[in-house]
Write a protein that binds this ligand. Sequence first.
Ligand code: ZN
Length: 352
Amino acid sequence: MLDQLDNIQRNALDSLAQVHDEPALDNWRITHLGRSSPLMLVFAGFGAVPKEERAAVGQAANRTKLALEAALADTASSLRQQALERSLAEGHLDVTLPGRPIRRGRLHPSTQQLRRVLSILAEMGFQVYTSPEVETDRMNFQLLNFPPHHPARDMQDSLYVDVPDRGDDQILLRTHTSPGQIRAMREFAAADPKNPPPIRIALPGMCFRHEQITARSEVQFNQVEGLAVGEHITFSDLKGTLTNFARRMFGQGARVRFRASYFPFTEPSAEMDVECFVCGGVGCPVCKGSGWLEILGSGMVHPTVLENGGYDPRRYTGFAFGMGPERQLMLRYRIEDIRYFWGNDIRFLEQF
Ligand SMILES: [Zn+2]
């Protein structure tokens, strides 16, 4: 019986030497220390051992059991240690590696261009004046000399807000930044109604029109508008200011020309063209062969508009102009499709 216990121990330890991972160790424990293992069968058959041998066999069986349990604990602990070392070696941390770069955001190209325009206008004395994007028909059209049913409204298809019982004074998303002219004039005039102060402001912001979205037209776009009101302001002030603006924006050599045009809220009105900066005026696809690019609309503020703003047109005159930052970017970078601006495609946006 004692020999048998020796064999059991030797077999078990030999087989433990072949164990290299946790599942194998678990199997080993079941095989050699489990309920039906050879050692446990010795304990189970203890009753059949002759009386005089029982003490010796019992002690030997217990020694074997303790030896196997100790060997099991050793192996388990060394397997854990190996696993830890392996995981440290595989996933080791190199603190000298450069970190993952955090991608920096940037301003939207329209915002960049808007700021370029505003910074030039600021140097020329124009202060930024912001006004609401949701307007009344009165502010957006009527006070700017577009009466209801005026044909010029057809150029500015509008997005109306559904508010009942407002008659001719519907709520709409502004179709241009010009309602800000009325708001600004009224605010300035209110400070001193008998003697309204002169005004030089820039009105930037988003405008909305009910357009079919195509490569050429969008339902939303930015505008920047300028307004100067005061005594003795003439058309030559308009031409001088805008020519100066164009030179700062497109280069000191930039040539400009004015063409007669029509807007309900200015009289006389003019479009300003700048010599094509792509071909230098020779003619190219960007300027459609003409050598000129249309960049803004302008004119002397209509007397009715001055009056609606609280400025007496017999004493005050003024000029106004408006331009589109997206249009300027499209010309400058030959962007073929206006939908890129609000399409949220990072491949487009990150080029600016
Ligand atoms: Zn050209």
